[in-house]
Design a protein around this ligand. Structure first.
Ligand SMILES: C[S@@+](CC[C@H](N)C(=O)[O-])C[C@H]1O[C@@H](n2cnc3c(N)ncnc32)[C@H](O)[C@@H]1O
Length: 369
């Protein structure tokens, strides 16, 4: 153990906590944790090697520690632990030995599954610098590398502790919006939570949305004419959709479609924009307010936007598309083929105000409201 006092100070374990030590090795941390959490707590200690686990189980027996569950388990696979049952997942000097790019989605998804609401993930790694012992520098992971990968899976960084040659980085599980909504609960009364992981990112030259969302409603960034010009430009502009390389294979066959439906997250909508319920479409005071679900407003409880785009070209994990009205850096949620017959063509009714908005821009570009 490196600097156990500092490690356990920062972990701030409580009696009764449940800890998951992933890649526990000889189990020094697991044993110390077991003494702190006491008989009302549990320490799951996982390692892929049988002999390591047998030795730890024997050590626990000889010390009379009844709360250690030593289990042979590969932490890159499904974890042998119930959903939302763990206070802290602890991974000490293991991650650098795994091919993180290939397994991070599954691994951190599993960590998220087993952590309780507000649970934490603590990782110890060797600093990414030349040292006379430990893994070669190319294998070492910096805290920045870990942070940029882990925040993508529903975590936020809480703490970074300097342990000398090593460091410990601590994340907490972010709660989803639905956690706060009464009624959206599962049978056992835990809030229903949906985890969306971005499958890629949109790259283009659009820096800012033309509709600004805030607590007071929607507002056009510039004059009407400038907005129309923007809409026309977007219609022609090429964007790149860069799909996460760990999802190899998801794009196979996509070149055979001319058009795609892109679902993306409007990441520039401020938090207060998500509590709007009624807006003037397009921020236009001359159109009466309607409910958000009667509009295509980017500000909505879940800012999920949909656009049909023309597929120009695929370059491995990159799709070049035309007509994507997303801002640079928008996370992509999903991509589906556009199949014309799946969408009704006849008897489609829209409100008069929407018809008028469309009339206004018809021939000049599409307008979302
Ligand atoms: C360097 S030791 C660290 C042990 C302990 N966590 C500590 O810091 O004292 C790494 C341990 O991770 C385990 N390990 C590596 N990959 C694993 C995996 N995919 N699943 C489970 N255990 C793994 C190894 O068997 C080894 O016991």
């Amino acid at each position: 153990m490196q600097n156990p006092e500092m490690v356990f100070d920062a972990l701030a374990l409580n009696e009764g906590d449940t800890i998951l030590d992933m890649g526990c090795g000889p189990g020094d941390y697991a044993i110390r944790a077991s003494e702190i959490v006491g008989d009302s707590g549990v320490v799951y200690a996982l390692d892929r090697w049988q002999d390591v686990i047998e030795e730890l189980a024997e050590k626990a027996r000889s010390r009379g520690l009844k709360n250690i569950r030593a289990i042979v388990s590969d932490i890159t696979e499904r974890l042998p632990v119930d959903d939302e049952s763990v206070d802290i997942c602890f991974i000490s000097t293991v991650l650098h030995s795994l091919n993180l790019t290939d397994i991070e989605r599954a691994l951190f998804g599993e960590v998220r599954r087993v952590l309780k609401r507000g649970g934490r993930l603590a990782i110890i790694e060797c600093k990414k610098e030349e040292q006379p012992f430990g893994p070669p520098i190319a294998m070492r992971l910096s805290p920045e590398q870990l942070e940029s990968s882990i925040v993508r899976y529903g975590f936020e960084m809480m703490d970074l502790v300097d342990l000398g040659c090593n460091y410990m980085i601590i994340f907490s599980k972010i709660l989803s919006e639905n956690d706060a909504i009464p009624g959206l609960e599962t049978e056992d009364k835990t809030p229903l939570e949906m985890t969306l992981l971005p499958v890629g990112i949109i790259k283009n030259r659009v820096d800012e949305p033309f509709l600004v969302a805030g607590g007071a409603g929607l507002e056009m960034r510039g004059e009407l004419d400038a907005t129309m010009k923007h809409v026309r430009q977007v219609r022609e502009a090429i964007s790149e959709i860069v799909i996460d390389e760990t999802l190899a294979g998801v794009l196979d066959g996509i070149e055979e479609y001319s058009h795609l439906v892109v679902l993306y997250w409007a990441h520039k909508v401020p938090e207060e924009g998500r509590s709007l319920t009624r807006v003037h479409p397009m921020g236009r005071a001359d159109i009466p307010e309607v409910g958000i679900f009667s509009t295509c407003s980017p500000a909505r409880p879940n800012p999920v936007l949909t656009t049909v785009v023309r597929l120009s070209r695929r370059r491995e994990n990159v799709l070049e598309v035309a007509g994507l009205d997303a801002v640079d850096g928008s996370p992509v949620i999903d991509i589906k083929p556009y199949v014309k017959d799946s969408y009704p063509q006849e008897g489609v009714g829209v409100p008069d105000w929407m018809e008028r908005l469309q009339e206004e821009v018809r021939g000049r570009g599409r307008m979302d409201g």
